[in-house]
Design a protein around this ligand. Structure first.
Ligand code: GCO
Length: 257
């Protein structure tokens, strides 16, 4: 195998929720691998700041698309804009996600729905729009869904998130089955505990931090850039016969009893 298997030149990647955190790391990694990258966030200011950072890092083939994956009308409008601009998304990274922590007995219906709307329904709707166009173009494509350790294991206080991520790993398999015949591979990444803004409250919590370090075979939190290689792999020809999988990038956590 040569590095050309991982070359994304000539492909356009849309990364949802990519103005910061893991999404921005994926955007930068895919750009470094040669892709044209479309950055997404819910505010134009956030998108512009991410684009400025990417350009400053030497990535010129980048564009921004402001929309809210939690709002179906906003998704429809975004794809209409992509169509009008002749953008052909061949790689979709469904990364946008939110968290809400509460014991399950205290979870409100509104919290539950908000998390599922963004993390699951949003991922479905964006993938549906992207896949319809990939199928019509007949040139295959790649869908990379960002799942979680909670796709495979339970943790107290994150029931809505767990429901969304378990279902996201499940529909990754459905995507693989339905879209595989069209040359589209759909896979997921299950990040372990990573040093991101979403986890700030956990990182700052001494007890939680100690638990992460003690219970992970790697003895530490992961860094956003440690997810990037797997994202490039799943977006590239190197993974053309990998379909429907969730690859956990967790320092070995799930391997341990
Ligand atoms: C939590 C975190 C999760 C994890 C991640 C693990 O409260 O458990 O916020 O989101 O960081 O998803 O895979």
């Amino acid at each position: 195998m040569t590095t050309s298997h991982f070359d994304l030149s000539g492909r356009t990647a849309l990364v949802t929720g990519s103005t910061r955190g893991l999404g921005l790391a994926y955007a930068e990694g895919l750009a470094a691998a040669g892709a044209r990258v479309i950055v997404n966030g819910t505010t134009q200011a956030g998108v512009d700041a991410a684009l400025a950072g990417l350009r400053a890092a030497g990535h010129d083939d980048v564009a921004g698309l402001c929309f809210d994956v939690g709002d179906p009308a906003s998704i429809a409008d975004a794809f209409a804009r992509l169509d009008a601009e002749g953008e052909a998304v061949g790689i979709l990274v469904n990364n946008a996600g939110i968290q809400s922590r509460n014991p399950m007995v205290d979870v409100t219906l509104a919290d539950w729905q908000r998390v599922l709307d963004v993390n699951l329904t949003g991922a479905f709707l964006v993938a549906r729009e992207a896949a319809r166009r990939m199928i019509a173009r007949g040139q295959g494509g790649k869908v990379v869904n960002i799942a979680s350790l909670t796709s495979a294991a339970g943790r107290a206080t994150v029931a809505p998130y767990t429901a969304s991520k378990g279902a996201l790993a499940a529909i990754t398999r459905t995507m693989a089955v339905e879209w595989g015949p069209h040359g589209i591979q759909s896979n997921a990444i299950g990040p372990g505990y990573i040093l991101t803004e979403m986890n700030a409250a956990l990182i700052e919590n001494k007890e939680f931090d100690a638990w992460v370090r003690a219970s992970n075979p790697s003895g530490r939190w992961g860094r956003p850039e440690e997810l990037v290689g797997t994202a490039i792999f799943l977006a590239s020809p190197a993974s053309d016969y990998v379909n429907g999988q969730t690859i956990y990038v967790d320092g070995g956590w799930l391997a341990q009893l």
